[in-house]
Write a protein that binds this ligand. Structure first.
Ligand code: PEP
Ligand code: CO
Length: 437
């Protein structure tokens, strides 16, 4: 008989079970947010990235906020992802798979269940799908009704993203969407403009000589992803698809976070039961033997596109950790997609108590990841970033030279610090420089 599963980690303690059950029933009856054929298509694209024929760009907020489900914020985030993808397509000479951390990135793992704020003890903020970040013990209580709002806001976000894309948002004939007015650094702006000009020129040339278009450059798809953390929500939106198997249809690409990735745990068991491509965060403490058990549990048949390993070590630990994980994967004979999250291992707290990340530290991890994959005959096929299209001041460094004293000015995250639009675009250029070597 199979061992019973342990209680899932990182779940809220809902005071009202009846209300939780009613919400789950309600969600089970709601329409899915994505379709299984979109999920299958993404899986095929990720398999190509694993083979080095595409590059994955995955990015967005650490945690989406209900009150930021606004046209301007969604558009700006989409814009910066598009602009980064243009830099990557041009520089890497590869088609780019664009995946947002959006339309469902509402649940956060926390290191402590409770905290003291302003002298009062309360539940920790676990993301808008669970409770409110306000420093008030009452609204910090987990409320299952928030799942319905998360579902609704995900649907609104996705509907708007789909409409923008279908309406030609990313079409190169809409230069306003390619405009990088937010970039203050002249060199960066010029480098970017040269790429746009080159691509527009190439498209015109193709159109003139052959009356055809450049398929992948002109056609823009966005896929969605989020951490599959809150299991009642994920399960309620998991559906059996006629002939196709079981799919999580709340998102195309769920990932398992570092804190919930133990091979015998409930999150891994859930992910093993669905057909979606699965991201797995791995860190400096992930043992090669644990990684192999995880891969066996989630991908027993070595299926192309099934697994993306998202590595997040920290600039000081990557050199030590990554080679043994690459060796572990190679010993299983698998070809899977390696992506680098150079952010989550590089978080610091300033003297003022603000969480930040240094642009230079993020870059330093990324440079080492490229070099190590090269050295071990492996391929880095993607990047995973926390970013926003807004002009926030949460990470220090970058060409605008943000320092710790700038952080107070526009620090908006309630969880991890994000790259602002200019820093994000600069990171795309850095990927190109490193991969080209
Ligand atoms: C995250 O991606 O926001 C996150 C919590 O990451 P990790 O699980 O890698 O710590
Ligand atoms: Co984060």
């Amino acid at each position: 008989m199979a061992e019973p599963l342990p209680d899932p980690l990182q779940q809220p303690d809902y005071p009202n079970r009846a209300s939780l059950e009613a919400v789950v029933r309600e969600l089970e009856g709601r329409p899915p947010l994505v379709t299984s054929w979109e999920v299958d298509r993404l899986r095929g694209l990720l398999a190509e990235a694993a083979a080095g024929r595409r590059f994955l760009l995955q990015g967005g907020d650490c945690a989406e906020r209900f009150d930021e489900c606004r046209a301007e914020i969604i558009t700006n985030r989409l814009k910066v992802l598009l602009q980064m993808s243009l830099v990557l397509i041009h520089g890497l000479r590869l088609p780019v798979i664009r995946v947002g951390r959006f339309a469902g990135q509402y649940a956060k793992p926390r290191s402590a269940d409770r905290e003291v704020v302003g002298g009062r003890e309360m539940a920790s903020y676990r993301g808008d799908i669970i409770n409110s970040p306000a420093a008030d013990p009452a609204t910090r209580e987990p409320d299952p009704q928030r799942m319905l709002q998360a579902y609704g806001n995900s649907a609104l976000t996705l509907n708007f993203v789909r409409a923008l894309v279908d309406g030609g948002f990313a079409d190169l004939h809409h230069p306003e969407n390619w405009d990088v007015g937010f970039v203050h650094h002249e060199g960066l702006r010029e480098e970017y403009q040269a790429i746009v000009d080159a691509i527009v020129g190439a498209l015109q040339f193709m159109g003139t000589v052959s009356n055809t278009s450049l398929g992948d450059v002109e056609r823009v798809d966005f896929y969605t992803s989020h951490e599959a953390l809150l299991l009642p929500y994920e399960e309620a939106l998991t559906r059996d698809v006629l002939k196709g198997g079981r799919f999580n249809l709340s998102t195309h690409f769920p990932w398992i976070g570092l804190r919930t990735s133990e091979p015998g745990g409930a999150h891994v068991a859930y992910a093993a039961s669905i057909e979606n491509p699965i991201g797995i965060k791995v860190g400096p403490d992930t043992e090669p033997s644990t990684l192999k058990r995880l891969l066996n549990a989630l991908d027993p048949d070595h299926e192309p596109g099934r697994i993306t390993l998202i590595t997040r070590f920290g600039e000081d630990r990557v050199a030590d950790s990554l080679p043994r994980l690459i060796a572990a994967v190679q010993s299983t004979g698998r070809s899977l997609l390696w992506s680098s999250d150079p952010m989550h291992g590089n978080t610091e707290v300033t003297a003022d108590g603000l969480k930040t990340r240094r642009f230079g530290g993020i870059l330093h991890e990324l440079e080492q990841v490229f070099e190590i994959h090269d050295r071990y005959d492996s391929v880095l096929g993607g990047i995973h970033l926390e970013l926003t299209g807004e002009n926030v001041t949460e990470c220090v460094g970058g060409s605008a030279g943000l320092t710790e004293s700038d952080l107070q000015r526009a620090y908006r995250s309630h969880v991890d610090p994000r790259l602002n639009a200019e820093q994000a675009l600069e990171m795309a250029f850095s990927v190109v420089r490193n991969r080209r070597q």
